[in-house]
Design a protein. Structure first.
Length: 177
C-alpha cells in the first residue's frame, strides 16, 4: 500500500515483523513499569522470553497479524484469530483480538482505536457479528476502561495461574450487528 509517508496505514504482517512486534511489546512493558503497573506483563522484556517470542511467531504465521505503520515505522500491532484457551468459548462465530499493542510514545493518536476498527472490518467481511478480546483486569482496571471506551462490554472475569502468581483477566465483547 502506498501512502503519504506521514500518514498511518495498516498492513498485513508476517514472520519478518516479529522483531517489530516484540519491540512494541517491550516498549509497552517499559511504559507500564514506569507507571508502576507491573501486574499486566511483569517487568522483563518480551524479546528475551521464549514463550512470548513463540507467541509472536505464531501470530506472524497465522495470517492474522496486522501492523499500523507510520511512514515505514511500525507503531502498533493487532493479531486476530481464535479465542485463547483460558476464556470461555463463544457460543456463536466470532473474531478474537489476541493482541493489541501500540507505541506508547504516540499515546493519544488513536492508533489502538484504528486497529480495533480494522478488526471490526475484518469481522464484518467474514460475516461475523461478535468481536471479543481479553485483557488484564487487575490493579486499577484502566485497560478494561480503555476497551469499554472503544465500544466493548465487560462480560466475565477470570484468573490465569502463572508461575508464582495469578493473572486477573477480563473478557470483553462488542456486538457488530
Amino acid at each position: 500500500m502506498v501512502d503519504d509517508p506521514g500518514s498511518l496505514h495498516i498492513r498485513s504482517g508476517g514472520p519478518a515483523d516479529v522483531p517489530a512486534v516484540l519491540e512494541l511489546l517491550d516498549g509497552a512493558t517499559r511504559w507500564l513499569v514506569g507507571q508502576g503497573r507491573t501486574g499486566q506483563w511483569g517487568t522483563e522484556p518480551h524479546s528475551t522470553d521464549p514463550r512470548r517470542i513463540a507467541q509472536a511467531e505464531g501470530w506472524a504465521g497465522s495470517g492474522g497479524l496486522y501492523l499500523a505503520v507510520l511512514g515505514d515505522q511500525p507503531v502498533g500491532a493487532l493479531a486476530v484469530g481464535t479465542a485463547t484457551p483460558y476464556v470461555p468459548p463463544a457460543v456463536e462465530p466470532e473474531l478474537y483480538v489476541n493482541l493489541l499493542v501500540t507505541d506508547r510514545s504516540r499515546k493519544g493518536q488513536r492508533i489502538g482505536g484504528r486497529l480495533l476498527a480494522y478488526a471490526e472490518q475484518i469481522a464484518r467481511d467474514r460475516g461475523v457479528d461478535l468481536l471479543r478480546v481479553d485483557c488484564y483486569g487487575g490493579d486499577d482496571r484502566a485497560l478494561v476502561r480503555y476497551y469499554e471506551h472503544q465500544g466493548f462490554t465487560a462480560t466475565e472475569g477470570f484468573v490465569v495461574d502463572l508461575p508464582g502468581r495469578q493473572w486477573l483477566g477480563q473478557l470483553l465483547e462488542r456486538r457488530l450487528a
